[in-house]
Write a protein that binds this ligand. Structure first.
Ligand SMILES: Cc1cc2nc3c(=O)[nH]c(=O)nc-3n(C[C@H](O)[C@H](O)[C@H](O)COP(=O)(O)OP(=O)(O)OC[C@H]3O[C@@H](n4cnc5c(N)ncnc54)[C@H](O)[C@@H]3O)c2cc1C
Length: 378
């Protein structure tokens, strides 16, 4: 089948999907290309939402224009797929045929409200920002459930707005993602900025209907804003019955191929042998690899990219390399206590992780240092 005859359908409308459609055209697919996306705000970047958009420094989401690609866009939710007849069905009953399908439906915010309990606030979409921003404008006291990078970014927005904030988690801040050394450094910085941390010894539940506070381990706490930042859940409901999704998402190989040879997956919806890494750079890498594979071409990059960044209390943290980070790093430059340091961790398997902790360094340089094992420590 020539490229002109091959009908490719991409489901999703965020970074993995947009990267895939761009790559499909860039790699020579001149045939029919359809993108089905459920977000009424279209294609936009999520990372700014919890940073300057939440702080109020930017009003709108940063959107992408795909009009130069000659693709058909369907603004609707895919509700099912028949992998034998090769048809995706949307909520409005549209039946969209495909020869190759790319699944890029990402993830939704994990919610902790009890069934029927109203007023839970999460942050995943621009629409969530519309709900959250006025609440932040009015709040004097906030609780953030979850001390991962998203919870810490929301807490940072509270601090920048002068809102007293308590962050509650069963683990220390960012420890699951970054390891104890950086967790301690970030906690110290956040506490110095008056962020209160509470360790929950049991899962946190929301109290009130609508929500007015939280409960855990016999304690209860109220605030005029409670934000749940408790992780995400892969968007796989529409794939039920296909056999390619389980509760971890859609399993992919190093070509981003699923258990079905004509179905590929990329981004937060996908997981590989090394697990699920729901970060921006991975979604970009997998979008490119899935596109190349859908065309039967050799991918030009690896299906994983271990660059991750976050911004916490005015501190930019960029990480290149495997996570989490155990033990003490080698300090290549600056000082962690001063909030400006270049750090190196060497792993037992010979790989290296480089962290720019509040220090201005280009990502390309960090990648080079990680690749070249910056400073041999043995
Ligand atoms: C607020 C926020 C801040 C972040 N900041 C950072 C950061 O600083 N650094 C970093 O590395 N990562 C960050 N991330 C993570 C990063 O944004 C994600 O890894 C990335 O968005 C994943 O892209 P994706 O395209 O796979 O999925 P998603 O971004 O989840 O997009 C999937 C899209 O598919 C659509 N969709 C879902 N189901 C269907 C369906 N059935 N039919 C049609 N369309 C559907 C959804 O509407 C959605 O638009 C952040 C995430 C959030 C939420």
């Amino acid at each position: 089948m020539s490229s002109l005859d091959t009908r490719i359908v991409v489901v999703g409308d965020s970074i993995a999907a947009c990267t895939a459609v761009r790559e499909l055209r860039a790699r020579g697919h001149d045939g029919p290309l359809t993108m089905i996306g459920a977000d009424a705000d279209g294609c936009y970047a999520r990372p700014p939402l919890s940073k300057h958009v939440l702080k109020g420094e930017a009003v709108e989401a940063e959107t992408w224009d795909l009009s130069d690609l000659g693709i058909e866009t369907i603004d609707d939710r895919a509700v099912s797929v028949d992998t034998e007849r090769h048809i995706v069905t949307t909520g409005a009953g549209n039946e969209v045929p495909y020869d190759r399908l790319i699944v890029a439906t990402g993830a939704a915010a994990r919610r902790i409200a009890a069934p029927g309990q109203t007023g839970e606030t999460v942050l995943r979409t621009f629409d969530d920002v519309r709900t959250l921003r006025p609440k932040l404008d009015a709040a004097q006291r906030a609780i953030v459930v979850g001390a991962g990078f998203l919870g810490m970014e929301v807490a940072s927005a509270c601090v920048s707005r002068g809102i007293a904030v308590t962050v509650v988690d069963v683990d220390p801040p960012l420890q699951r993602l970054l390891g104890p050394f950086l967790s301690d450094a970030i906690t110290a910085r956040a506490e110095a900025a008056s962020v209160e941390f509470l360790r929950a010894d049991s899962p946190v539940t929301l109290r009130g209907d609508p929500v007015t506070g939280i409960e855990f381990g016999g304690r209860s706490l109220d605030a005029d804003l409670v934000v749940t930042c408790a992780g995400d859940v892969p968007e796989t409901e529409w794939l039920r019955g296909t056999g390619i999704a389980d509760d971890r998402g859609v399993a992919i190989d190093e070509r981003c191929t699923t258990a079905l040879p004509d179905v590929f997956a990329a981004g937060d919806v996908a997981y590989s042998g090394s697990g699920r890494a729901p970060f921006w750079s991975n979604a970009v890498a997998q979008g490119k690899v899935a596109a190349a594979s859908a065309l039967g071409l050799e991918p030009k990059c690896a299906p994983t990219d271990d660059y991750f960044w976050t911004e916490i209390l005015g501190l930019s943290i960029k990480v290149v390399g495997p996570l989490p980070l155990q033990g003490e790093p080698t300090v290549l430059e600056g000082s962690v206590d001063d909030g400006s340091a270049l750090l190196q961790w060497d792993h037992d398997d010979g790989r290296t992780t480089i962290v720019a902790f509040g220090i201005k360094k280009a990502v390309g340089l960090l990648r080079k240092l990680a690749r070249n094992n910056a400073v041999p420590t043995t």
